[in-house]
Design a protein around this ligand. Structure first.
Ligand code: ATP
Ligand code: HSE
Length: 312
């Protein structure tokens, strides 16, 4: 990357699990983390986003730490960047903010050190950091992803053209993934494991064969995590009931929560979003699209020249 070149890294948000696909299924969504980057003498992060402004800055910034670690893994030293950081992805709400930050850090190391990483390389690095491939896979590949992480390898398939609409109900309250994972059991009996994994298998088959009623049924009878997380999210049941009454074929916790994600057939999303917003005025209700591109890097254009504001 040339010294005065300014580049834009754009990484989509994601929803993980889709119910029973715990730590294995993800879907990329059209909310974006964007970084306008140029080489500098020190690490500097700027943002107009208050939530991002409260995070550690300089070399201690999470994205810098990921980038430095990724470079080191390939035996390279990464020189510093000046980064204009903006995000439409709320932090700790179950929409993959940490995964998008990890993917951004890996893209930055790739640019700065000329690593020529493939998507598979990025996926393995990102999965090692996040611990599971669901969110990071969706942010890298786009679309619907189904993956498996074992013995230091990630196998993943991604699918495009999923003809559904997505509505999310995002509360003001945050829920850190580490807290939401803390309530899950360490082990499952054989019969629980069979029920949980067969539900996930059938969800994939139902989505890919566009059997929406069956997909919705499988999303809601997950046994891996939703029963344990429900008590942490008091509005979950009410959103689920209202969504089903207003056209959703399926609902699930988005990632580790607390956001609730609702799927509808095409053409029904707008009405669902409107009715949920009327019933849950304290939440942000958004009608989203599936992102089919995954993370991209491009030359900065004038329209991406974002307002610069120093982080505290
Ligand atoms: N753009 C970012 N820059 C720096 N740190 C970030 C950024 N995005 C997320 N983080 C860090 O990740 C934390 C949130 O991660 P967490 O895994 O708890 O939630 P999430 O990724 O939003 O949700 P989920 O994993 O359920 O989809 C934030 O509190 C912050 O520390
Ligand atoms: N699969 C993860 C997604 C959130 O990081 C979980 O549900 O904990």
């Amino acid at each position: 990357m040339a010294q005065n070149n300014r580049l834009l890294i754009k990484v989509p948000a994601s929803t993980a699990n889709l119910g029973p696909g715990f730590d294995s299924m993800g879907l990329a969504l059209n909310l974006y983390l964007t970084l306008e980057v140029e080489k500098s003498v020190r690490w500097e992060f700027y943002s107009s986003n208050q939530e991002l402004a409260e995070l550690p800055n300089g070399e201690q910034h999470f994205i810098a730490q990921v980038a430095l670690g990724a470079a080191k893994k390939y035996g390279k030293e990464l020189s510093p960047f000046r980064v204009q950081l903006e995000s439409e992805i709320p932090l700790a709400r179950g929409l993959g903010s940490s995964a998008s930050a990890i993917v951004a850090g890996i893209e930055l190391a790739n640019l700065g050190c000329g690593l020529n990483l493939t998507k598979e390389d990025k996926l393995l690095l990102a999965t090692e950091l996040e611990g599971h491939p669901d969110n990071v896979g969706a942010s890298i590949y786009g679309g619907l992803v189904v993956g498996c992480y074992q013995q230091n390898e990630v196998d993943m398939l991604s699918f495009t053209n999923l003809p559904i609409e997505v509505v999310v109900a995002i509360p003001n309250e945050t829920l850190l993934t580490k807290d939401s994972r803390g309530v899950l059991p360490d082990t499952f009996s054989r019969s629980e494991a069979i029920q949980a994994s067969s539900t996930a298998n059938l969800l994939v088959a139902a989505l890919l064969s566009e059997n929406w009623a069956l997909a919705g049924k499988m999303m809601e009878c997950d046994r891996f995590h939703q029963p344990y997380r429900r008590p942490l999210i008091p509005f979950y049941q009410d959103v689920e009931t209202a969504a089903k009454k207003n056209g959703a074929f399926g609902t699930a916790l988005s990632g580790a929560g607390p956001t609730v994600i609702c799927f509808t057939e095409q053409g029904k999303g707008k009405k669902l979003a409107r009715s949920l917003q009327q019933s849950f005025s304290e939440m942000a209700i958004k009608l989203l699209e599936i992102d089919y591109y995954g993370s991209i890097v491009e030359d900065c254009k004038e329209q991406y020249s974002l307002q610069r504001k120093k982080l505290v």
